[in-house]
Design a protein around this ligand. Structure first.
Ligand SMILES: *Cc1c(COP(=O)(O)O)cnc(C)c1O
Length: 487
């Protein structure tokens, strides 16, 4: 196997422990001008515990630490629902062009035409991909896009003179959906998906009334299944005067193939850091643009980027706007990456990416089916959800995840979606070769065999990682940030 790490796990002390008094990262020539005293009030007597280290100490310290972090540039990262695809480096290069990287948010419009044009064109491109006539680029992440979307729906209802009380949310939804609805003051009404994992039109019909402001749905849903009743569901919600919000986190299955706007959806967020090539997972900036129908467009956040006679400007005069969602214009660097990604792939390339993502998930499914229980057998889109039901030796999903670490793979998403007990949610994405998928599947199959032959080994994993099995609740609440060989 090529992806497994053996030996040479870099140990690393705290930077403070490298300190040696008087050691420096630079050496200045002797002063050839008279020394001037700094004003007393600006001089610190001492900086407590400030590390005194050489340049090579600093470089090695941070480089070693960086090897502790697992990222998609280092190996396969099959987190379901997160779309951890490899991000082409050309997009990094382009967003670092000085004209984009150094532009000041207060630069006048006349001097920002290039940046504004890029934002305008990205709005157009995202609208074209999703089937919505208007798009805002402001929200900072998917969850923030949800907030913008539901606020727009609320404003629309209020403008019609009737604020409603409830939002319907399927049981397969991501936790941010009910959180968003609750933040916007709505009562969350859970909707059960059917035995086949699909949200049924009849279920929605039974719950839909004139107090429901919106239904939030994810398509494909978090089981990786296409919500085949989507059109009928949208009709039912619209008939009763409600709106349908689509969580667009799974757009990686649909690009260039189908458009949520054509299915009857009224609002949808994009996760540019998932579908459109921005590295994520390390807490870096994301971006959650939102597309809306013409009916909701007057409620979009301000400012919008508009085009007039070949010039671009920021439009803030939207009397019904929900206001501003974010300082300035959103996370501009992410917008540049997304635009570069869309332009370099083009319509055919985007479609091909989605097709390959779906193919990769179905390949993994075909190889692992039988060894792992598949709770929902409908056709998989870009991700596939297994469960630990059939694992031998009392082994569970957590044991599989930890055993994958020993084999050099980041575990998939586990224990989500909640409707699957012991879920293993695998999203390989379009960028992985057959060789990598095979290595991963081989590891998964070996783990399933080991569960039957030697379950202790699974329960002991990981043995090759820096730390063994942690008490996960304590690790989250009382993190031990200092690593010692004993810990
Ligand atoms: C990631 C995700 C979200 C939230 O998006 P963020 O960009 O992380 O805020 C919402 N729904 C689904 C299905 C997701 O996968």
């Amino acid at each position: 196997m090529t992806t497994v790490a053996r030996g040479l796990i870099q140990e690393e002390k705290l930077i403070f422990e490298h300190s040696d008094p008087g050691r420096r990262g630079f050496d200045l020539p002797p002063l050839d001008v008279p020394e001037a005293k700094l004003p007393e009030e600006f001089v610190r007597e001492e900086i407590p515990g400030f590390p005194e280290v050489s340049e090579v100490d600093v470089v090695r310290h941070f480089t070693r630490l960086s090897t502790w972090n697992y990222g998609v540039d280092g190996g396969f990262y099959p987190l379901g629902s997160c779309t951890m695809k490899y991000n082409p480096k050309i997009n990094e290069l382009l967003c670092r062009l000085p004209g984009f990287a150094h532009i000041h948010p207060y630069a006048p419009e006349a001097l920002s035409q290039g940046a504004l044009e890029l934002m305008y064109r990205l709005q157009q491109a995202l609208g074209e991909i999703s089937g919505f006539p208007a798009v805002t680029l402001q929200p900072a992440a998917g969850a923030h896009g949800e907030l913008a979307g539901i606020l727009m729906i609320r404003a629309w209802h209020e403008a019609k003179g009737k604020a409603r009380r409830k939002v319907l949310i399927p049981d397969t939804a991501h936790g941010t959906n009910p959180a968003t609805a609750a933040m916007c003051g709505y009562e969350v009404v859970p909707v059960a998906s059917d035995a086949d994992g699909i949200l049924k039109a009849e279920t929605v019909r039974a719950l839909m009334d004139e107090d429901v402001a919106a239904l939030m749905m994810t398509n494909p849903n978090t089981l990786g299944l296409f919500e085949s009743d989507v059109k009928e569901i949208c009709d039912i919600v619209h008939e009763k005067g409600g709106m349908v919000y689509a969580d667009g986190a799974n757009l990686n299955a649909l690009m260039g193939i189908a458009r949520p706007g054509d299915m009857g959806i009224d609002v949808m967020h994009f996760n540019l850091h998932k579908t459109f090539s921005t590295p994520h997972g390390g807490g870096g900036p994301g971006s959650g643009p939102v597309g809306v129908t013409a009916e909701l467009a007057p409620f979009l956040p301000v400012p919008l980027v508009v085009s007039e006679q070949g010039r671009y400007r920021l439009e803030s005069d939207l009397p019904q706007s929900i206001g501003r969602m974010k300082a300035f214009y959103g996370h501009f660097g992410v917008l540049v990456r997304a635009y570069a990604y869309i332009c370099t792939l083009g319509p055919q390339g985007l479609r091909h990416a989605s097709e390959m993502a779906v193919l990769a998930a179905n390949y993994v499914r075909a190889r692992l089916e039988g060894a792992y229980h598949l709770p929902y057998t409908g056709r998989s889109m870009h991700e596939v959800v297994f469960s630990d039901r059939d694992l031998a030796g009392g082994c569970a999903t957590l044991d599989v995840a930890k055993s994958l670490i020993d084999r050099g793979f980041h575990p998939p998403t586990i224990y989500f979606p909640l409707v699957v007990r012991g879920a293993l949610m695998i999203e390989p994405t379009e960028t992985e070769s057959k060789e990598v998928l095979d290595e991963f599947c081989d590891a998964m199959l070996e783990i399933a065999r080991q569960a039957a032959e030697d379950p202790r080994q699974l329960k002991d994993a990981p043995v090759r990682a820096k730390v063994r099995r942690l008490d996960e609740a304590a690790a989250a609440r009382k993190p031990v940030l200092r690593w010692t060989p004993e810990s």
